[in-house]
Design a protein. Structure first.
Length: 128
């Protein structure tokens, strides 16, 4: 069993901020994450949806500008937009986040976390 002052469950935006603030106060922090550091927004929600919205926003802006409007012919290619969205979420990798955790001495524990009694958190086979 490894011991920490605080165990934060979930490495999404709220969990990252919580862990960072606690570590900045000198606490020994573990951050448990079952998926990717950065959470749902970065990998499955916000970024993919922005990849879908941005082409339509750009076309709407071009359509509004005199001179630019005439340069655009045709319609939005939905298949290409969806392919770009898939490219954004393909080969998901959170390695860019790891130095941020290391710089703050936050221990990352990968796996599904659950409370396992008073002051105990189970993450996979590991008891914290």
């Amino acid at each position: 069993m490894s011991e920490h002052d605080v165990i934060v469950i979930g490495a999404g935006p709220a969990g990252e901020i919580c862990a960072a603030r606690l570590a900045a106060e000198g606490l020994d922090v573990a951050l448990a994450e079952r998926e990717l550091v950065g959470g749902e927004c970065a990998f499955w929600a916000c970024m993919p949806s922005k990849a879908l919205l941005r082409p339509a926003e750009l076309l709407a802006e071009v359509d509004r500008l005199p001179g630019a409007k005439e340069a655009v012919t045709g319609r939005l290619d939905a298949r290409a937009v969806l392919a770009r969205r898939d490219e954004v979420i393909h080969d998901l990798d959170d390695s860019i986040q790891l130095p941020w955790l290391e710089d703050r001495s936050i221990t990352l524990v990968r796996g599904q976390a659950r409370l396992d009694g008073e002051r105990r958190v189970q993450v996979g086979d590991q008891l914290l």
